[in-house]
Structure formats: structure tokens, C-alpha cells
Design a protein around this ligand. Structure first.
Ligand code: FES
Ligand SMILES: [Fe+2]
Length: 342
């Protein structure tokens, strides 16, 4: 199998099709569920540019909405996590309750806000789908399948890992200039480890590195040698999130496109031991993990430039090491074919 056509990594029309057919049609892992524990707790974020929020309402229900005011479209909650008693738009002070109902539209009409033909009941926030799974929060704009079905082979893969007992302790956002697929192609293969991650290469038995791609999961494993913070299992899930196990913890990341040539990674780090005594060890694991992630940026950025300038024709993919790349790229081809057929 050949690598994807490089034009698919730069073309604005392809990016628009991916937003609609992939990012806005799938469940998106938006981070740990912990901020949604109490009424009013929320997570506000973007899914390929679409502003969304998930929130625990006053009755204990879980809800998600577009983070978009129904009046003139302002953003409601600033991106991040927090706590609120109601959702107030800072533009003209419309106020929504935690169930999404519009409850105040001050100065809209007469002294009470009334105006001919205007009924606040007609202007609730636009609801979205939201679910929790094993301590992680997922939001979907227009899901084409149930969450459990999308999670596919991940569910049995980590059934024995106590991931919901790990506590989220840190978030890191990393931004770089490459298409989200350039980064994903890189994530789903271990072929580049000797060249790009010499320290990491020394810390695993690379000859025993294995990649298996099936049912929305690319699973990479390698026996760790002494002193590696990774447990030796790295998972990538369709369409754009990852989970890597440590001894006594894990990270997750979401690969979120900001544009055809710009991408953000939203990383979360979780640990079983949150004691003060282990603080230094946690900080060390996070720093070493981020260093490995950042080692990939240079190669992705320069590869992206070669895709942009037309100086590259698709080359062959390794049957031993790049079956994850092939699996991912086939899903991309399918999604773009569906988009073209519409
Ligand atoms: S846009 Fe939100 S109140 Fe006007
Ligand atoms: Fe890498």
C-alpha cells in the first residue's frame, strides 16, 4: 500500500470534508470526566473549530450544548474547565440555565424584556450528545454510531486496566504547524522510534515492537527495558485520540485540527498515587513524556512542508511497521469518498 496523496494534507476542501465527515460525526474524547462531577461543573472546548460545552445540570444530569449563544452567536463559556450556576453570554447578557433553557434576555424589548413575537422558550441552547466511559468524557455533535461501537477493540483491550481509578493531575496543550493526519500517521507507527527518539529506542526492545490495527484501534506494544516510564503499550483510537499506559497511571491525548496546516494536542496525565511524596516522580514522568511527544514535531513540520510544495509522490508503507498507518489512511479514504458522493 502507498502513502496518502499529499494534497489531502493541505487542501482546504479536504479539511472541510474531514470536519463534517469525521470530527463532527464521531464521539470526541474531551478529557477526564472529573470536572463534571458536581452540578455546574463544565468542560468547554473545540472540536475541529466547533465550540462545545459539557455540563452537569442541577438535577445531576449530564448535558452538552454548542457553546454558542442563540442571540448573535457569541461564545458563551471560555475554553477550559470550571464551575457555574448559570450560563451568561457576556455579549448582551442573555442567561441560560444548566438545562440550556433561555431564562433572561434583559433589555430585549420593553422594560420586562418582552417583545412582539419573541418567546424565550423558543431559544434554548442547541443540545449535543454526551457520555462518560470509564472516567473519560465524550461529546458528539452528530454521532453516526453509539460510543461503545466507536470504541470498538479498545473496550476489551483495557478491560483489566483500572483506568477509572487514576486521578487526572495535569493538562498540557501543544500546538504545531502540520496537518492532523501528518501527526497521526507518525503516532500510529513505531518505525520512526530509532531515528526520532534515540533515548526511547534504548529503553525498549525494538525488535519485539508490534503493531496491530483492528476495529478502530491501533495497538502498539514493546517490552520496556529498565527505567522506562511507559508500560510498553500505546493505543490510538479512531478518529483522533490516544491512550498510553505508565506504571501506575496513563496519559490521554486528543489530536484536534485547528486548520489544514495547524494542529493542537490536548494531553491529560493521570496517576494512581497523588500523594505529595510521589509529586516529583509524577512531574518527572510528565516532563519525559512531553519531551518524547515534542521530538515528533520537527519531523512532522518538515514533512508537512514537503507535502505542501508538491515535491513528494506517495511512497510505500512497511508491512511490518506501518499497518496502523495503512488502516488509518484507509479510513480517511473511505470518509472522503463518502463526502465526495454526497
Ligand atoms: S450574542 Fe449572546 S446575548 Fe447577544
Ligand atoms: Fe514519535
Amino acid at each position: 500500500m502507498r502513502n496518502l496523496d499529499p494534497r489531502l494534507y493541505t487542501d482546504p476542501a479536504t479539511f472541510a470534508a474531514e470536519r463534517a465527515r469525521i470530527f463532527w460525526s464521531s464521539w470526541q474524547m474531551i478529557g477526564p470526566a472529573a470536572p463534571l462531577a458536581e452540578p455546574g461543573g463544565y468542560i468547554a472546548t473545540e472540536i475541529a473549530g466547533a465550540k462545545v460545552l459539557a455540563i452537569r445540570d442541577h438535577d445531576g444530569g449530564l448535558r452538552a450544548f454548542r457553546n454558542v449563544c442563540r442571540h448573535r452567536g457569541a461564545r458563551l463559556l471560555e475554553e477550559g474547565t470550571g464551575h457555574c450556576r448559570m450560563i451568561r453570554c457576556q455579549y448582551h447578557n442573555w442567561v441560560y440555565d444548566l438545562s440550556g433553557a433561555l431564562i433572561r434576555a434583559p433589555w430585549f424589548g420593553d422594560r420586562e424584556g418582552r417583545a412582539e413575537g419573541f418567546d424565550m422558550a423558543d431559544w434554548p441552547l442547541e443540545p449535543l450528545s454526551v457520555e462518560l466511559w470509564r472516567g473519560l468524557a465524550f461529546v458528539a455533535i452528530r454521532p453516526v454510531q453509539p460510543l461503545a461501537e466507536q470504541l470498538g477493540a479498545l473496550v476489551p483491550e483495557i478491560a483489566d486496566e483500572p483506568i477509572e481509578t487514576f486521578h487526572p493531575v495535569a493538562e498540557r496543550r501543544l500546538v504545531f504547524d502540520a496537518n492532523w493526519k501528518t501527526y497521526t500517521d507518525n503516532f500510529v507507527e513505531g518505525y520512526h522510534i530509532p531515528g526520532i527518539h534515540p533515548g526511547f529506542f534504548q529503553a525498549i526492545d525494538f525488535e519485539a515492537f508490534e503493531t496491530v490495527a483492528r476495529d478502530n484501534l491501533v495497538r502498539m506494544t514493546a517490552p520496556p527495558r529498565e527505567g522506562l516510564f511507559y508500560k510498553g503499550k500505546w493505543l490510538w483510537m479512531w478518529p483522533n485520540w490516544t491512550l498510553s499506559l505508565f506504571g501506575g497511571g496513563m496519559n490521554t491525548s486528543r489530536i484536534n485540527p485547528l486548520g489544514p496546516g495547524r494542529t493542537e494536542l490536548i494531553y491529560h496525565f493521570y496517576f494512581a498515587d497523588t500523594s505529595g511524596a510521589a509529586a516529583e516522580a509524577r512531574a518527572d514522568t510528565i516532563a519525559r513524556n512531553i519531551a518524547v511527544v515534542e521530538e515528533d514535531f520537527g519531523i512532522c513540520i518538515e514533512t508537512q512542508k514537503n507535502y505542501e510544495t508538491g515535491g513528494y509522490a506517495p511512497g510505500p508503507l512497511s508491512p511490518r511497521h506501518e499497518q496502523g498507518v495503512a488502516w488509518f489512511q484507509n479510513r480517511i479514504r473511505e470518509a472522503l469518498e463518502q463526502a465526495a458522493a454526497e
